[in-house]
Design a protein around this ligand. Structure first.
Ligand SMILES: Nc1ncnc2c1ncn2[C@@H]1O[C@H](COP(=O)(O)OP(=O)(O)OP(=O)(O)O)[C@@H](O)[C@H]1O
Ligand SMILES: [Mg+2]
Length: 400
């Protein structure tokens, strides 16, 4: 039976005031199939009724079925401006681990392509042989923050142009960027250069960076989408960023999600517009780095740690709290506990004192224990959203 309230308690009371759930960071946990995604959709459905602002990062496309939302789908009506990424992030997104030399050259190549695109208005590589260093430095100085864009599909070719050196004899002119190709070094780095070229022509990355117009389709840059959504109030208060085109590339999704969240946080810190925003990420552990050191640089972690003071709260789901880095688990004041069977999983969450594992292990699909800051725990049964039946009655997903 579908209802209009998010959930009902075991005492038969409606859980109607749902704002406290998202006033703090909320972690939704439970084994696979226990109802995490469905509970999150149901919570979102009710938040929509109160015009609460939500941004959903959707790596699988599961949330595109949420009615009344604005959907930006990578590869369909959205792209990412390559120039938003640092050389390091670009390398992570493309999943290439080059030598330190290649990484340094990659930063240089990006700058050269930025000059081409923004100052020379060319989509071709910047040929460095014979160019005076002084001229190049003048061009670099003219680049500014608004001229970050570049043509990523030229990166491999541009990398080759970066390996230039003076003549080795008396003809050497050290005032030039270079006079000939450094062929032995190019050959040593050839595998990595070839990998970059190959990644950039693959479907997933053409989709990620491609702002090319397709007839009848208008694509918008994702950072811009989020900025506009947060700065201009409209009647639709749910934004879905569908990243399912990168499904095969979790690492790349991680970089993109982290980057978008960092920029979102920076925007909020800059423009103190404090209406609350709830950010949803399903199966969050997949998009977090394993390494504790990298955690501090990750956008999800930064929003968890600093977002609350600028009105940003996160709703994350995960199958096991043990999949989350320990430093991150302590950031959640609210918990929605679905079926779990392991005592380690339960005890890894600081705020579950007094919770009986037997009770958690007996929960059936859609049942959960709701733990809110400063509120006694409640056992609840989550209701399916009202739109659920229409959506699931033989209504095929439109595979595009
Ligand atoms: N509250 C509910 N009422 C009725 N059915 C539900 C409820 N919650 C979940 N289900 C059913 O259980 C199935 C699994 O739910 P869901 O996909 O939400 O689980 P999950 O925990 O997100 O699983 P996974 O870890 O695989 O993502 C769904 O297809 C849904 O039909
Ligand atoms: Mg799920």
């Amino acid at each position: 039976m579908t209802q209009t309230t998010f959930a009902i308690t075991s005492a038969g009371k409606l859980v109607q005031d749902i704002h406290p759930l998202v006033a703090h960071h909320l972690l939704v946990v439970g084994q696979t199939g226990s109802g995490k995604t469905t509970s999150t959709l149901s919570l979102l459905d009710q938040l929509q009724r109160t015009n609460y602002t939500t941004i959903i990062f959707d790596p699988t496309g599961e949330y595109s079925k949420l009615p009344n939302s604005v959907i930006y789908k990578l590869g369909k009506n959205a792209y990412l401006e390559a120039g938003q990424l640092s050389a390091h992030q670009l390398r992570e997104a493309l999943q290439i681990s080059g030598s330190p030399l290649l990484n340094a050259k990659l930063s240089q190549a990006i700058n050269a392509l930025r000059i081409q695109q923004n100052l020379v208005q060319s989509n071709q590589p910047y040929v460095k042989i014979g160019v005076p260093i002084a001229d190049y430095q003048k061009q670099l100085a003219r680049l500014s923050n608004w001229s970050r864009s570049f043509a990523p599909q030229q990166l491999a070719e541009q990398l080759i142009e970066e390996f230039v050196i003076p003549y080795p004899d008396e003809r050497a002119d050290y005032s030039l960027l270079g006079q000939q190709y450094d062929r032995p070094t190019i050959n040593r780095e050839w595998n990595a250069i070839a990998t970059i070229r190959q990644r950039l022509v693959s479907e997933a990355f053409r989709v990620l960076f491609d702002p090319e117009p397709h007839p009848g389709v208008f694509k918008t840059e994702l950072n811009f989408v989020i900025k506009m959504f947060l700065e201009h109030r409209s009647s639709h208060r749910t934004l879905v960023i569908d990243l399912s085109k990168l499904k095969q590339y979790e690492e790349s999704q991680r970089v993109v999600i982290s980057l978008l969240l960092k920029n979102l946080l920076a925007d909020r810190l800059q423009v103190p517009n404090n209406f609350p925003v709830n950010i949803v990420l399903d199966e969050a552990h997949r998009y977090l780095p394993q390494d504790e050191q990298q955690l501090a640089d990750n956008g999800i972690f930064q929003v968890l740690r600093e977002g609350r003071k600028v009105g940003l709260s996160m709703t994350l789901t995960t199958q096991s709290p043990l999949d989350l880095p320990a430093r991150l688990r302590s950031q959640f004041a609210n918990l929605l506990l679905h079926h779990l069977t392991s005592p380690e999983e339960l005890s890894s969450l600081a705020i579950t004192d007094g919770i009986d594992l037997r009770e958690i292990s007996r929960l059936s699909t859609g049942e959960a224990i709701l733990l809110l800051a400063n509120t006694p725990q409640r056992k609840i049964k989550v209701n399916l959203p009202k739109w659920w039946e229409n959506n699931h009655d033989g209504n095929e997903e439109n595979g595009d």
